[in-house]
Design a protein around this ligand. Structure first.
Ligand SMILES: Cc1cc2nc3c(=O)[nH]c(=O)nc-3n(C[C@H](O)[C@H](O)[C@H](O)COP(=O)(O)OP(=O)(O)OC[C@H]3O[C@@H](n4cnc5c(N)ncnc54)[C@H](O)[C@@H]3O)c2cc1C
Length: 455
C-alpha cells in the first residue's frame, strides 16, 4: 500500500481524499490545522451575523468517516524533507510515498502586515467572528457616546477591496443598517451609516463583464455604499484610512484587497510566483517532483493563454479530484491525465435579493441571479442538516429582515489569564503567554489582546 499524505482539508484536500477513499492501493493521512472543513464562500454571512460558524463548517472526521483507509490528524505542517520524503509537523514527522499540498491562501497586506490589527480580513471563522464583533461593537459604542464626531466615526465603515468579498461585506452592512438595525437603537440612526468601498482598479468586480460590474455598483449605491475606484490605500490606523491626500475617519476598516498562497511552498524551496503559488505541471504535480502534487489556491496552474486559474472553490474541487485520479493512475503504472478545468462561471451577491451571475455568454443580475446564487451555495454546503438549517434561517431572515446571530463574543474567562515568567538563554526575564488553546489570544503586561487588537 502506498501512503498518501494530504496537507489541508479545504476544497482541494477533501476531494483528493474522497477520490482515494476505500481504494485498496493506498492508505491516506490528511493533516489540517482545524478539525473541520470550512465553506469559505459563506464566511461573510458569519461576519454579518446572519449565520453561525458551525453552520458553514463540517467536522473532517464525520465527512470522511465512511473511508476506512483515511486517518485524520489535527496539526500543522511546517516543512517537508523532499529527499527523505517526510513531512515535518508540529507533532512529529510522517513519511509519504505521495504528498499533496492543498494549504490554501491567506491575506496579503502588500508588505504592511501591521495593517491586520486595524483591518482584519475574512478567511477563517475566527476572523469572521472578529469582524462581527467589531461591526456590532461600533453600533453599541455609537449608541453610548454623546460626541457627534465620535458617533460619525463609529458609524463609518471602510472596506478595502472591491472584489466579491468586499462587495458582499459592503452590501450586507448597507442592508443591515438600513432595514434592520434602525429599529433597535434609541440615540443613533443606523440609517446614517456611511460605507466606503475603496478599490485600486478602475471598476469593482473586475473579473465580471463591465455591464454586470456596473449593475452591481448601482445596487450597492442603492444601499448607501460609496465606491471609490482607482484609489489606493496608503495607510491604515486605528482611526481610519489614508488614500493619497484624502482621509476617511472610520472606527471599522475591513480588508478584502488581496490574498497570497500559504508560505509553506517557499519554505520547502519550490518555485513560487509573486502570489506565493507553487508552479505545477499539466498533471498538477510539482515541477521536478512527480511524487508531490499541489492543488487549489496554493497551486499555480496555467491555462493555455499563460494566465493562472483563479482562486475559486470550483477550481480547487476539480483539481482535488484530478490529483486523486492521477495518483491512482501512477500507482497502476498508467500515464497521468493532464488537468483541464471546466468553467462553472462566477457569481457575487449584493444584499439579500440581488446577485450577478456570469457563465460564458450568460449574464444575469437581480432576483433570479440571487436565487441561483442561493441554490448553488446550498447545494455545495456539506451535510443535509446544514443545508436544511441554513435554508430555514435564510428564509426566516429574508422575511423578517433579521440577523439572528448578532451575539458579540467577549473574553471567556472571569479571572485574569496567568502569565508564565520564563528566562530565555542570555536574556532578561521575559513574559510569555501561557497557551490557552486559542491562538488568537495573547497577553502583554497582564492585558489580554486578541490578535486583531485589544479586547
Ligand atoms: C470570504 C470568501 C468568499 C469566497 N467566495 C467564493 C465563492 O463565492 N465562490 C468560489 O468559487 N470561491 C469562493 N472563495 C474562494 C474559495 O473559498 C477558495 O478558492 C477555496 O476555499 C480554496 O480551496 P483550497 O482547498 O485550496 O484551500 P482552503 O479551502 O483555504 O483550505 C486550506 C486548508 O488547509 C489548512 N492548512 C493551511 N495551512 C496548513 C498547514 N501548514 N498545515 C495543516 N493545514 C493547513 C487550512 O486549515 C484549510 O483547512 C471565497 C473565499 C473567501 C475567503
Amino acid at each position: 500500500m502506498k501512503h498518501v499524505v494530504i496537507v489541508g482539508g479545504g476544497f482541494a484536500g477533501i476531494n483528493v481524499a474522497k477520490s482515494l477513499g476505500n481504494m485498496k492501493e493506498v492508505r491516506v493521512t490528511l493533516i489540517d490545522r482545524n478539525n473541520y472543513h470550512l465553506f469559505q464562500p459563506l464566511l461573510y454571512q458569519v461576519a454579518m451575523a446572519a449565520l453561525n460558524g458551525g453552520e458553514i463548517s463540517y467536522p473532517l472526521r464525520k465527512m470522511l468517516s465512511k473511508y476506512r483507509n483515511i486517518t485524520i490528524y489535527k496539526g500543522s505542517v511546517e516543512n517537508v524533507d523532499l529527499q527523505n520524503r517526510k513531512v515535518q509537523t508540529d507533532f512529529g514527522e510522517i513519511s509519504y510515498d505521495y504528498l499533496v499540498l492543498a494549504c490554501g491562501a491567506k491575506h496579503h497586506y502588500f508588505g504592511h502586515n501591521e495593517w491586520e490589527n486595524f483591518a482584519p480580513g475574512l478567511k477563517t471563522i475566527g476572523q469572521a467572528s472578529e469582524i462581527r464583533r467589531r461591526v456590532m461593537e461600533a453600533y453599541e459604542q455609537a449608541e453610548r457616546t454623546q460626541d457627534p464626531t465620535d458617533q460619525k466615526k463609529l458609524l463609518t465603515f471602510v472596506i478595502v477591496g472591491g472584489g466579491p468579498t468586499g462587495v458582499e461585506l459592503a452590501g450586507s452592512i448597507g442592508e443591515m443598517s438600513r432595514y434592520y438595525l434602525s429599529k433597535y437603537y434609541k440615540h443613533i440612526d443606523p440609517k446614517q451609516t456611511r460605507i466606503f468601498v475603496v478599490h485600486s482598479g478602475k471598476r469593482i468586480l473586475n473579473t465580471f463583464s463591465p455591464e454586470l460590474s456596473s449593475n452591481a455598483a448601482r445596487a450597492l449605491e442603492k444601499l448607501g455604499v460609496q465606491i471609490w475606484t482607482s484609489s489606493r490605500v496608503s495607510c491604515i490606523d486605528r482611526n481610519g484610512v489614508q488614500i493619497g491626500n484624502e482621509r476617511i475617519e472610520a472606527a471599522t476598516v475591513l480588508w478584502a484587497a488581496g490574498v497570497r498562497s500559504c508560505s509553506i511552498g517557499k519554505t520547502i524551496g519550490f518555485d513560487t510566483d509573486s502570489a506565493g503559488r507553487i508552479s505545477v505541471t499539466e498533471t498538477l504535480s510539482v515541477t521536478g517532483h512527480p511524487e508531490v502534487f499541489c492543488g487549489g489556491d496554493q497551486a499555480r496552474f496555467e491555462r493555455a493563454d499563460g494566465e493562472p486559474l483563479a482562486g475559486l472553490a470550483s477550481v480547487a474541487l476539480q483539481e482535488g479530484k484530478a490529483i486523486g485520479n492521477n495518483i491512482l493512475r501512477d500507482i497502476a503504472g498508467k500515464p497521468q491525465k493532464p488537468f483541464s478545468y471546466r468553467d462553472k462561471g462566477q457569481m457575487a451577491t449584493v444584499g439579500k435579493n440581488y446577485a450577478i451571475v456570469e457563465k460564458g455568454r450568460l449574464k444575469l443580475h437581480g432576483l433570479l441571479a440571487w436565487f441561483i446564487w442561493l441554490l448553488v451555495h446550498i447545494y455545495f454546503l456539506s451535510g443535509f442538516k446544514h443545508r436544511f438549517f441554513v435554508l430555514l434561517q435564510w428564509g426566516w431572515s429574508y422575511f423578517t429582515f433579521g440577523h439572528a446571530a448578532r451575539i458579540v463574543n467577549r473574553e471567556w474567562r472571569f479571572y485574569p489569564e496567568q502569565v508564565d515568567t520564563v528566562k530565555e538563554e542570555g536574556d532578561a526575564e521575559q513574559q510569555k503567554p501561557k497557551s490557552n488553546g486559542d491562538d488568537n489570544l495573547f497577553q502583554i503586561d497582564g492585558e489580554t489582546f486578541h490578535s486583531f487588537g485589544r479586547r
